[in-house]
Design a protein around this ligand. Structure first.
Ligand code: NAD
Ligand code: DAU
Length: 352
């Protein structure tokens, strides 16, 4: 049996593939366009694994996807492929519409054609799992209840609007064509291989390089953090036990303000890699212009996946964030590779 994982060279996709190959005999076909965010270094440790194969390509390339599906006859397609960074979507939404909406549409169409060629048994086993985000639900005030699956979609950024559109397409391909889909909506992930455009890896690397730690606005916005491997295990659980056509929220019950997160990173670095001048990394914290349309708070209610499918996060924020900071300290080669050309252009564009 085989699974196709799109966006497999990105942050969560690569963690998923690495985790999958530790517990499953099913072969993984990793499909990735290798945009600035895709990095084959993330998958280097499984390069020689007979159950792993990489294909470079776009989920919107119908011919390529059709060929892959017919060649490998997968039981499952998991769609991680996306443009994922909110700030980039504000600077240039076009790629987000192309990949997140049109790309998902084309992938769904090829999945549907392929599904129609399967035997009755093959159709019973087949799943299309779409990986989405809590950002589609919009923003919360301090006293609002955490997002449940029934929450109305109210996306506020070009990124979240494009993900919301993709979720609707996935739903419609189930309702209209009977494609067996599952959708997961997860909160903010952190962990190894996180590209340093996002808050946590950006601040760890800036701290070590003696640069400012840029906090948007007053730093009081709240995110709900989940260790990436817990997210991957949640996706595997939904794949195994989820009910076709249902959506499942995945979250860590770990709400923190951005300032709390960055202070924690500074304190861990003070302990694990103290500054030469003996001062705290907190001295590098700088408040900068806010993100336009910045959502105030996200919080996921993960009761459904926990009660119905038995999934729970294994890491607390304290254990996961310590592992993560240590991972960046231990992987300076990976860090040096991702901080090359295009990344420097992005920093200039976003922070100057
Ligand atoms: P990422 O930006 O690190 O990785 C995305 C990957 O998709 C990259 O490898 C990129 O090369 C690939 N890709 C982009 N366009 C493609 C295309 N047209 N065809 C094929 N591959 C393409 O993103 P991530 O953080 O790993 O997020 C993965 C998925 O999870 C996304 O769908 C995102 O919306 C969702 N998600 C992310 C988080 C988070 O905190 N990072 C939380 C919830 C949901
Ligand atoms: O909630 C899930 C989402 O989490 C995913 O769908 C997205 O793909 C993922 O990128 C992430 O989105 P965020 O916008 O929440 O993540 P980011 O790391 O960019 O920002 C986290 C918070 O930190 C947010 O409130 C903005 C703030 N921030 C971010 C950066 C990059 C700063 O204060 N300074 C920064 O330099």
């Amino acid at each position: 049996m085989t699974i196709v994982v799109t966006g497999a060279a990105g942050f969560i996709g690569s963690n998923f593939v690495l985790n999958w190959l530790t517990h499953s005999e099913e072969k993984v076909i990793a499909l990735d366009k290798l945009t600035y965010a895709g990095n084959l270094e993330n998958l280097k440790s499984v390069e020689a694994n007979a159950n792993y194969e990489f294909a470079q390509g776009d989920i919107g390339d119908s011919r390529l996807v059709a060929k892959l599906l017919h060649q490998h006859q997968p039981r499952v397609i998991i769609n991680f492929a996306a443009e994922s960074h909110v700030d980039r979507s504000i600077h240039g939404p076009d790629d987000f519409m192309q990949t997140n909406i049109l790309g998902t549409y084309r992938l769904l169409e090829e999945a549907r054609s392929f599904f129609n060629t399967l035997s009755e048994v093959g159709q019973k086993q087949f799943r299309f799992l779409h990986v989405s985000t809590d950002e589609v639900y919009g923003t919360l005030s301090t006293n609002d209840r955490a997002f449940k699956e029934e929450k109305r979609y109210e996306p506020n950024s070009p990124y979240s609007a494009s993900k919301a559109a993709s979720d609707h397409l996935v739903r419609a391909w189930n309702h209209t064509y009977g494609l067996p889909v599952l959708t997961t909506n997860c909160s903010n992930n952190y962990g190894p291989y996180h590209f340093p455009e996002k808050l946590i890896p950006l601040c760890v690397l800036n701290a070590l390089n003696g640069k400012d730690l840029p906090i948007y606005g007053d730093g009081q916005q709240i995110r709900d953090w989940l260790y990436v491997v817990d997210h991957c295990k949640g996706i595997t659980t939904v794949l195994e036990k989820g009910v076709i056509g249902e959506t499942y929220n995945i979250g860590g019950w770990n709400e923190k303000t951005n300032l709390e997160v960055v202070n924690t990173l500074c304190d861990l670095l003070d302990e694990l890699k103290p500054r030469e001048d003996g001062k705290s990394y907190r001295e590098q914290i700088t408040f900068v212009k806010d993100r336009p349309g910045h959502d105030q708070r996200y919080a996921i209610d993960a009761t459904k996946i926990s009660k119905e499918l038995g999934w729970k996060p294994e890491e607390t924020f304290e254990t996961g964030i310590r592992k993560t900071v240590q991972w960046y300290l231990d992987h300076q080669d990976w860090v040096a590779n991702v901080q090359s050309g295009e990344y420097q252009n992005w920093l200039t564009k976003n922070y100057s």
